[in-house]
Each structure stands twice: as C-alpha cells, then as structure tokens.
Design a protein around this ligand. Structure first.
Ligand code: IP8
Length: 266
C-alpha cells in the first residue's frame, strides 16, 4: 500500500527538447532530471512530459488538434504519436538507467477525448501501478476523439485530470522560465514574476497573458493556466518552477522552497 500523498510532476517539452529545432532532444537535461528524481526518492509520484520539438511540429504540420478532415492527416496522427513515444523512450531510458521504477503509460491507448476534453479514461492499470509504488510516466499525445476523430491532448490537461481524479496533494510544473510572469520573460525584459497567486487572482490574469512565440499547438503558458484551474479549485497546490535550473526539481519534490510561483485556492 502506498500511504504517501500523491505528487504530479510535469516536465515541460521546452526543458527536455530544443523547441527551435525539430526532434532535438536535450539528453543532458533528461539525464540530469532523471538523477534528481532518483535522488528525491518520492514514493507516490506521477510524471507527465510535454511534446516540445517532438510532438508539436508534426501536430502543427498535419493540423491534428483541429481534428480529422482528410485521409492525408492520418499519417500525421501516426507520426505525432510515434515521435512522442520516441521522446518518452529517451526519458524512460534515463529514468530506468538511474534505477527509478518508472512505467510508461500511453495516453492514446487508455483514453479518448470529446471535443478535446478527456471523457473516457481507463485508469485501472495506472492506479494499480501507483499502489505498487511504480512511477507512471505519461505525456501529451495524439489521441482519438469521439467528435473530432482525433486531436491533441496536452500534457497539462493530463496533469490536471490525473491530479483531480487521484486526489493529488500537489502539482509541480517544471518549465523553462522561473515561474509565471505578467509577460513573456524571453521577449520582454521588464516582465514581472508572480511569487504567489490565489485562484481569483489567476482568473483575472488569465485574459492578459500573452500567446506563445514558438511552435506550441496547445497554447503555451496561457493553455497551462487554463488547464490548472480545476485542480486549484480542488485545493491542489500548484508550483511553477524552472526545471532547467539544476536541483529545482529535486528540491521541489523534497518539499523544499524553490524560487517560482505558488498558486493556491485561497
Ligand atoms: O507539450 C502536447 O503536449 P504539451 C504533445 O504538454 C503533442 O502541450 C503531441 C503535441
């Protein structure tokens, strides 16, 4: 039995891949993160990773998120899913090599969306894995959709859905900037980072945050915020941290304070 409180860790695609390239994995970063996860030795953990320069370019090229419109997209659906399994394989390789008992779960094989929202999720194996203290690893994926034929499921929607379904205690969002800013800190030098936000403050802010500047079919920081709201509503504490900075993920998993943005219901 696994009595520890559940944590869900998202590793952003921009942390483990170079979003300016295509199929450009940052293997050193993947290895560093695997080492930090191993060192933290957390017993009740789910990891979800994003698509970065693996999933997003194929998804965009074939307009997978918009749904099935013509046969030519089918190879794009297969390709998007496949490249995600390749990126997932790189992370899995590293985790297992670091002796983390990680088990990959393929989202497109266990869930279906309706108009882009998860509506059928066969999570029995995932729960059984958690019970045995395995660390399930999932990712944003190309998935079947009852209305659209297929679409893209973001890792962020998955994080929020898993955390709310499984009553997680906390969500750690590992991104490639220090936290949540009032503007894109990579573009605007004067961007200000929020240290703490309540759900109310977050809702007000939502309309004001900018759109992503690099290829991201699921909406970058803006999409992230929208997805996290139901989890925060359920009193799950969200911390947005810079996973590109060494030891931040380790410290956050250990429950230590890390520079970043904390978002809580009250
Ligand atoms: O990077 C989307 O996941 P995200 C993954 O978490 C694909 O938004 C397949 C584009």
């Amino acid at each position: 039995m696994n009595e520890h409180e559940l944590a869900v860790l998202k590793i952003g695609g921009s942390v483990i891949t170079d979003k300016n390239g295509e199929l450009a994995a940052r293997t050193q970063e993947i290895n560093r993160l695997a080492e930090e996860i191993q060192k933290a030795n957390v017993h009740n953990l789910i990891i979800v990773h994003g698509g970065g320069s693996f999933g997003h370019p194929s998804a965009q090229r074939y307009a997978i998120k918009e749904g099935f419109k013509e046969d030519g997209q089918k190879i794009g659906f297969s390709e998007t899913h496949h490249v995600m399994t390749v990126l997932n394989g790189l992370l899995m390789d590293s985790l297992i090599w670091h002796k983390v008992p990680a088990m990959s779960i393929t989202p497109s094989s266990c869930l279906i969306t309706e108009n882009g929202r998860i509506n059928h999720f066969e999570d029995t194996p995932l729960k059984a894995l958690l019970k045995m203290a395995f660390i399930p690893v999932l990712y944003g994926d190309a998935v079947l959709d009852t209305k659209l034929g297929f679409t893209i499921l973001s890792g962020d929607q998955l994080v929020s859905a898993l955390a709310t379904r499984l009553n997680a205690e906390r969500i750690i969002m590992g991104v490639d900037v220090d936290g949540l800013y009032d503007a894109d800190p990579k573009v605007e030098k004067t961007a200000k980072m929020f240290k703490h936000l309540t759900l109310e403050e977050l809702k007000k802010l939502h309309g004001k945050l900018g759109k992503p500047t690099v290829c991201d079919v699921t909406g970058g920081m803006l999409g992230k915020i929208a997805e996290l709201m139901p989890a925060i509503e359920q009193k799950i504490r969200v911390t947005i941290i810079n996973a590109s900075k060494p030891n931040n993920v380790y410290k956050a998993l250990e429950g230590e304070t890390v520079e970043g943005t904390i978002i809580e219901k009250v």
